[in-house]
Design a protein around this ligand. Structure first.
Ligand SMILES: [Fe+2]
Length: 313
């Protein structure tokens, strides 16, 4: 099968993408440049700050013992509970000292190739707005709480910080091979919904999609419904996922080093050539090669999930 030539990649600037590479047709707002960065962070009022504080307090009720140690330590190192929406300048200064990362404001979801470029340069793009009381429990578009509270604490860990930068570098290659769906599944099952077994039987969440909401933390770590399977990169990149409901299956790592080595040392060129353009496995599947930690009952999913009234048990 023909593959696109691999140019030596320069990550200091946005790439000139081959016209054959598909990029999502997002309309860039007039006030942002090619980098999609907002000129400055939003000035939040006292109600916005109160929303952050209430969201923070709600998560801290459920996270001890369920969130990865690196995450909990990260929230303390960055003092995310100091009150109100964090200032990105202050946050970036702290983060830069720890792992060389910064946090930059973006207006909305940004195009994939721009997102990868920021990650490759250790800049984490975070939504420049916060949800309202009406959308307190669930919003589709990631806001500053999801992005900063959910993602940034893990970036204080040096190994995870390197993983995220390498993920960004891997993005342009996936685009040239037309295998963005596969790389997206890896992001989904690690950065957004990853679990880690810190000690035998002690499973915790490190994925931002789990850690930024109250229901999925308990479900992902403790419920009988979902499958929990040890991460296998080749398998995960072939697996479909759920976007707006609790996951039927989670993938577990035994350390952040394990995550880094499994992905960074994998020859993605070869993998992309073998992959189908679509997904091979349903999100509920347990297959022969799986190292299963807990086989789920799938009760929540089979009862119809969100909207059916099924309990996340
Ligand atoms: Fe996210």
């Amino acid at each position: 099968m023909a593959t696109l030539a691999e140019p030596k990649q320069d990550f200091t600037r946005l790439p000139d993408l081959d016209p054959a590479v598909f990029t999502a047709p997002l309309k860039r707002p007039d006030h942002v440049g090619e980098d999609w960065l907002e000129p400055k962070q939003t000035e939040y009022d006292s109600e916005d700050d109160a929303i952050w504080d209430d969201l923070f307090a709600r998560q801290m009720e459920v996270l001890p013992g369920r969130a990865a140690t690196a995450f909990l330590e990260g929230t303390e190192k960055l003092d995310l509970g100091r009150g109100g929406v964090p200032d990105f300048g202050v946050l970036s200064e702290e983060l830069d000292k720890l792992t060389g990362w910064s946090v930059v404001p973006v207006p909305m979801l940004i195009p994939d190739h721009v997102f990868f470029w920021h990650l490759a340069n250790r800049r984490f793009p975070a939504g420049n707005f916060i949800r309202t009381r009406e959308t307190f429990d669930y919003i589709q578009e990631p806001d500053v709480f999801h992005d900063v509270f959910g993602h940034v604490p893990m970036l204080t860990d040096p190994v995870y910080a390197d993983y995220m930068a390498e993920y960004g570098k891997a993005g342009w290659k996936a685009m040239r091979h037309n295998r963005l769906k596969a790389l997206g599944a890896l992001y989904w099952y690690t950065v957004e919904f990853g679990l880690i077994e810190e000690r035998p039987g002690d499973i915790r969440a490190y994925g931002a999609g789990i850690l930024s909401g109250p229901t999925e933390v308990v479900y992902a770590v403790e419920a009988e419904s979902p499958n929990r399977i040890m991460l296998n990169v080749d398998r995960v990149m072939r697996t479909d996922y759920v976007i707006s409901d609790l996951q039927p299956t989670y993938f577990v790592i035994d350390s952040l080093e394990d995550l880094y080595h499994q992905t960074v040392e994998r020859d993605f060129d070869r993998l992309y050539r073998q992959l189908d353009p679509g997904f091979t496995y349903a999100n509920t599947a347990v297959i022969d090669v799986d190292h299963v930690v807990n086989r789920g009952t799938l009760e929540y999913t089979l009862r119809g999930g969100r909207g059916s009234g099924a309990k996340p048990v």
